[in-house]
Design a protein around this ligand. Structure first.
Ligand code: UN1
Length: 506
C-alpha cells in the first residue's frame, strides 16, 4: 500500500482542515506541516484552529452533551461498537498511516490500532455495566444508593507516541459514559487524528449523534491552554511529559476540574540469578528498543543481579548489534526513527551527560548518516547514583545497573521520581511475591517474567509519583468519566436522623 493509497482512504489532501465539530471548520489560516520522521520530508499540511474555532468546538461539545447524556448507555455502546467495526475495516491503512507519520514499525502500529479495537469492545461491554452500589441504610425504611451520571465534555490531549490508541482509551469510555469528547492531538501527528476523526464522523452520522467526538488541532499555548482553562470541560485527560503535566494539573485544579495525568515513566526490569535468561533477553529487547524507546512504558533501567550481569550483558550487546534500523514500513525492520530532530538532540545530550558522569556507553548511541531521525539504540553501564538515569529521555537508552540482592534491586527500582511500570524476571516464587508486595515495586504496573511495556487494555493503565497518578483504559477507569451521586430515599412516615441525632420541632 503506497502513501497515496493510504491518503486516499482517509481523504487526506496536501492541505487539510484540522478542526472538526459537526463538520470540518476553517481555522486560523496557519498551517501545521506533518513530517515523515523516516525522511524528514513533509507529508501534508493541516490548518490549525484559531481562538474562534476552538470556541465553536467547545460550544458544539457542550451542546451535544445535553442530548447525548439522555441516550441510554447501551445505545451509546452501539455507536462505539460501530466505531470498532470501522476500525477493524480500516486497520491496515490506519496502521500504515501511524507508521508513516509517527515512525513506529508496522507490527507495532497494527498493535496500536488493535488496542483501539480492544477498547471499543471493552467499552461496549462497559456500556451495560455502569454499576452503582446500594448500601443498607442505618435508618428504617430508607434506601441508600449510588448512581453514576455523565460528566460533560472531556478534553483529551494526546502525545505523538501513541497517536491514536490513547484517544481510544479515553474517547470510547467517555462516549459510553454519556460524555462528549474534545480531542487535541500532538502537533507531530495531525494526520492520524484526521483519519480517526473521519471514521468517527461516519459513525456519528449513521447514529445521528453529531458532536460526540470533536477534534481541534492547534498549538498548545493557544488551543491547549484554552481547553485547560475552559469551565465547560470538567475533565482533562493528558498524556505527555511530567513537566507539561505539572502545568496541566495545576491549571485544571485551579478551576476545580478533574484531570487524568499519564506522565513520564522511568521503568526498570530486574533480572535475578534464577531467571529464564532467554525470556528475559527477548523481553528486554522489545521493552527497550520497541517504538525506538518512545513509549512511556519503555524499559530505561536494567537492574542485573551480579551473578548473571556479565553473561546477560554480553548477550544483550550482541542482540543490539543485529537490530535492523530503518524504514518502519519495511519488512524485517525492528526500529524506526525518532520523532524529530529535537529527540535526536536530547538522546545525544543524555549520552554526553552520562559519559561526563563517568558512565560507559558500551554500544550504540550514534546518529545514523541518512535522512530522517535515526539513531542506534544505546546501552550504558551505569555507576550507582547516575543522575541522568533518573530522568526520562524519550529515546532508546538503556542504563544497566549491577546489584547484589533483591532488596537492593527493589530499592533501585523505587529510587526515581517516576512510578509507571516495572518488572522482575525470576522463577523464585518468594522473589516474585516480594516484588509485587507492598514492600516491593512502587509503580502503577508491576510484572513478573514479562517486560515493562505492552500492557493489555483490560487492566487500569497508569503510574504513581511524578507519573501523575492517572488510570486509563480497563478495570474501573470508566468511573472518572462520570459523576457519582449518593442518594437517600426516605419512604417512611418518620424523619429519623443519622448518627442518632435528635432535633425536635421547637
Ligand atoms: C504510552 O506509551 O503512552 O503498555 C502508552 C504499553 C502500551 C501503551 C503505552 N499498551 O506499552
Amino acid at each position: 500500500m503506497q502513501q497515496r493509497d493510504i491518503f486516499q482512504v482517509f481523504g487526506i489532501e496536501p492541505k487539510n482542515p484540522g478542526t472538526f465539530a459537526l463538520d470540518w471548520l476553517a481555522g486560523s489560516g496557519t498551517w501545521l506541516v506533518s513530517e515523515n520522521p523516516a525522511t524528514g520530508e513533509p507529508l501534508a499540511a493541516v490548518e490549525q484552529a484559531s481562538a474562534g474555532t476552538y470556541e465553536q468546538v467547545a460550544r458544539t461539545a457542550a451542546q451535544a452533551f445535553t442530548s447525548w447524556r439522555q441516550v441510554p448507555a447501551p445505545r451509546r455502546g452501539e455507536l462505539v461498537r460501530a466505531l470498532g467495526d470501522e476500525l477493524r475495516a480500516h486497520k491496515e491503512p490506519l496502521a500504515r498511516l501511524v507508521a508513516l507519520e509517527m515512525g513506529k514499525i508496522l507490527s507495532e502500529a497494527r498493535g496500536e490500532v488493535q488496542e483501539m479495537i480492544d477498547m471499543c469492545d471493552f467499552a461496549v461491554g462497559q456500556s451495560r455495566m455502569l454499576y452503582g452500589l446500594s448500601m443498607h441504610s442505618e435508618r428504617a425504611r430508607h434506601r441508600l444508593f449510588e448512581q453514576w451520571h455523565p460528566l460533560g465534555p472531556v478534553g483529551v490531549i494526546t502525545s505523538f507516541n501513541f497517536p491514536v490508541a490513547v484517544w481510544a482509551w479515553n474517547a470510547t469510555l467517555a462516549a459510553v459514559c454519556g460524555d462528549t469528547v474534545i480531542w487535541k492531538p500532538s502537533s507531530h501527528t495531525p494526520l492520524t487524528a484526521l483519519a480517526v476523526q473521519r471514521l468517527a464522523s461516519t459513525v456519528m452520522r449513521r447514529f445521528e449523534a453529531p458532536g460526540v467526538f470533536n477534534l481541534v488541532i492547534g498549538p498548545g499555548r493557544e488551543v491547549g491552554q484554552r481547553l485547560l482553562e475552559d469551565p465547560r470541560v470538567p475533565l482533562i485527560s493528558f498524556t505527555g511529559s511530567t513537566e507539561q503535566g505539572r502545568r496541566v494539573g495545576e491549571a485544571v485544579a485551579r478551576r476545580f476540574g478533574r484531570s487524568i495525568l499519564e506522565l513520564g515513566g522511568n521503568n526498570a526490569v530486574t533480572v535475578m540469578p534464577d531467571a529464564n535468561l532467554d525470556l528475559a533477553l527477548r523481553a528486554i529487547l522489545f521493552a527497550a528498543v520497541g517504538t525506538a524507546g518512545q513509549r512511556c512504558t519503555t524499559l530505561r533501567r536494567l537492574i542485573l543481579h551480579r551473578d548473571i550481569h556479565d553473561a546477560l550483558l554480553e548477550r544483550l550487546v550482541k542482540a543490539y548489534a543485529s537490530i535492523s534500523i530503518g524504514d518502519p514500513l519495511a519488512p524485517g525492520v525492528l526500529m524506526g526513527p525518532l520523532v524529530n530532530e529535537a529527540a535526536v538532540h536530547d538522546m545525544l545530550a543524555a549520552l554526553e551527560q552520562a559519559r561526563a558522569e563517568g558512565a560507559q556507553v558500551v554500544c550504540g548511541g550514534a546518529r545514523l548518516d541518512r535522512p530522517g531521525f535515526f539513531v542506534e539504540p544505546a546501552i550504558v553501564l551505569a555507576p550507582k547514583g547516575l543522575r541522568i538515569a533518573e530522568e526520562e529521555t524519550f529515546a532508546p537508552i538503556l542504563y544497566v545497573f549491577r546489584v547484589d540482592s533483591l532488596a537492593e534491586a527493589i530499592q533501585l527500582n523505587n529510587s526515581v521520581r517516576q512510578g509507571l511500570s516495572s518488572s522482575i524476571f525470576t522463577t523464585n516464587l518468594l522473589a516474585a511475591e516480594t516484588f509485587l508486595s507492598a514492600e516491593g515495586s512502587d509503580c502503577g504496573i508491576a510484572n513478573v517474567n514479562t517486560g515493562t511495556s505492552g500492557a493489555e487494555i483490560g487492566g487500569a493503565f497508569g503510574g504513581e509519583k511524578e507519573t501523575g497518578g492517572g488510570r486509563e483504559a480497563g478495570s474501573d477507569a470508566w468511573k472518572q468519566y462520570m459523576r457519582r451521586q449518593t442518594c437517600t430515599i426516605n419512604w417512611s412516615e418518620e424523619l429519623p436522623l443519622a448518627q442518632g441525632v435528635t432535633f425536635p420541632m421547637p
